[in-house]
Ligand binder design. Structure first.
Ligand SMILES: *Cc1c(COP(=O)(O)O)cnc(C)c1O
Length: 394
């Protein structure tokens, strides 16, 4: 489909059709190209390809037609010029940082980010002379105060995991640009079906395709989306040299996932909303965290910034860890796993799993109590899920 057509087409149309380049075989579904290299017609043609004089495929660490279809489709959905697919969400974040930053540069990051992202910043980028300061996600003044002359990059996830705090992307983009920084948003929780950070002023979007983009828990992958100059040059340059590329097979799974993203996200949101409303009625539940509830501190911001409130609900049960574990162990449908963005509902006790390595003081500061439970609502029947969670609440 010609790129210039993309701007006038709706999200669902792009999700199904963007990026497909039909081959001479006239196939209807997108083909998988499981090939590591490509053949040239002559020695001179090989030389022209290698010198860059003639565009085209050379080697699948650089480009692969199936991966390119996924990249073009996701770029169209995020409203970005360019997308680079990666082997995992973590390698997307690493490729973004390695492509953009150098020793002496500084990152300001939300404190409420994925655990491995925190470790990447503190244990690895630090070794190469890149320092990170952490701030509270929705405290704009703290972001501003943490920016130094050498700050190059602001990094966040919104809504946050597991407490679903929401940050004002537009305000942070303005701040970033006023101070010569780029704003990077990990859009894993919302996906472009619910939130498009580039349209709100962010410079780069990160994805763990492992989550909702696949949506069925099958493959690990990631992506970086942004401008042709930064993502297409700096991030792609790192990727083709250092090699955390996405496999053609995984790209095919993800691009088929994108075709149903919009209706899946609507269903995840509808069920999560129902679950949050039901949880609010339960006397054994002391607090519910869901951006769709008017009691959520950033409910209005979420309503403005997102086209749906997401599939993640967190709640606190009275009775601390014992009560939380009892509820989790009483479920018969929910999967006890820390993953999210699957058709299968997952249930997690953050204090002893995803946030288990924090000290009790750090957990307190992050708001992760012993009674906190996170549910990533899947696509099962919602009444069955409510009954399943009800088993351990009594
Ligand atoms: C899972 C996740 C990642 C890391 O992605 P992988 O595909 O597991 O490498 C990054 N950010 C968020 C918000 C995630 O949930």
């Amino acid at each position: 489909m010609p790129d210039k057509q993309n701007k006038s087409l709706g999200f669902e149309t792009l999700a199904v059709r963007a990026g497909q380049h039909r081959t001479a075989e006239s196939e209807h579904a997108e083909p998988i190209f499981p090939t590591s290299s490509y053949v040239f017609e002559s020695a001179a043609a090989a030389a022209a390809r290698f010198s860059g004089e003639q565009p085209g495929n050379i080697y699948s660490r650089f480009t692969n037609p199936t991966v390119r279809t996924f990249e073009e489709r996701l770029a169209a959905l995020e409203g970005g010029e360019c997308c680079v697919a990666t082997a995992s969400g973590m390698s997307a974040i690493y490729a973004c940082c390695a492509g953009l930053l150098k020793a002496g540069d500084h990152i300001v990051s939300s404190r409420s980010i994925f655990g491995s992202t925190t470790l990447l910043f503190t244990n690895y980028l630090q070794k190469f002379g890149i320092e990170t300061s952490f701030v509270a996600l929705h405290d704009l003044q703290a972001w501003e105060a943490a920016i130094r002359p050498e700050t190059r990059l602001l990094f966040l996830e919104t809504p946050s995991n597991p407490l679903t705090e929401v940050a004002d992307i537009e305000a942070l983009a303005k701040l970033a640009h006023a101070r010569n920084c780029v704003l990077v948003v990990d859009n894993c929780f919302c996906t472009p079906a619910l939130q498009q950070p580039l349209r709100l002023g962010a410079d780069i979007v990160i994805h763990s395709a492992t989550k909702y983009l696949d949506g069925q828990g099958r493959c690990v992958g990631g992506a970086v989306v942004g401008s042709a100059a930064v993502v297409g040059q700096d991030v792609y340059g790192f990727l083709r040299t250092c090699g955390p590329t996405m496999s053609a097979f995984n790209a095919w799974v993800f691009l088929k996932g994108l075709e149903t993203l919009s209706i899946r996200m609507q269903a995840h949101c509808a069920s999560a909303h129902k679950l949050a409303l039901w949880l609010q009625q339960q006397s054994a539940v002391s607090r519910v965290f869901y951006p769709g509830l008017p009691s959520h501190p950033q409910h209005e911001l979420a309503a403005r910034q997102q086209s749906g409130f997401g599939g993640i609900v967190a709640f606190e049960v009275a009775g601390g860890r014992d009560a939380a574990w009892k509820l989790i162990d009483a479920t018969q449908i929910c999967s006890i796993t820390a993953n999210l963005g699957d058709t299968k509902t997952t249930i997690t006790h953050p204090a002893s799993t995803t946030h288990g390595r924090l000290t009790p003081e750090q957990r307190d500061e992050a708001g992760i109590s012993e009674g906190l439970i996170r549910v990533a609502v899947g696509l099962e029947n919602i009444e069955d899920l409510i009954a399943d969670l009800g088993r351990g609440l009594g």
